[in-house]
Ligand binder design. Sequence first.
Ligand code: HEC
Length: 158
Amino acid sequence: MKENKPVLHRVLGLALGTLGALGAACGTDASQEQATPSAAPSASAGPANAVQHEMRLLLAAMHKAMEGIAYGDVSGLPQVLHQVHEAKSGTEAALEGGTYRLPKNPDGVARFRELDEAFHGHLVKMVQAGRKNDVAAAAQAYAEAASACNGCHGEFRK
Ligand code: HEC
């Protein structure tokens, strides 16, 4: 089995070459990431207003959803998304009572509500998929929800 050695070497060489390329790509990304540390707030970012509170729960729920999709069990989705739904009531109350002001386009509350409603429709689909533990449907709804983050942020987040 002496011929196997060069083959193995070639395979390893290829694999290492690929890893090297990935490493280079990651290196570039990492250096860009460092330039915008404030763009990645987390639960440790201090006290949150109503929308930030909802958004932090939402981000955590999206992480959970991806984990469920990855491991083939999305039955926990209704529970985590329920927390986001409750926080949405807080956002509505704060907008209504004037205690929250949108960081960008503060006069666009009607438009914000419209986007928010549409967005929560995606979350409802994720809940329904979770109830049936339907991973494919959850992934589809997850993708729809994930593609809606950026639009609203562009209009209303600084
Ligand atoms: C309907 C509008 C809307 C949608 C949809 C939306 N966001 Fe947001 N998001 C906002 C606004 C407005 C802010 C800024 C809140 C502030 O700073 O007062 C924000 C801020 C955030 C923050 C920062 C919170 C903090 O602690 O400062 C995170 C994280 C976030 N959004 C995640 C998401 C994710 C993930 C999605 C999609 C899955 C999403 N958002 C969808 C409106 C939206």
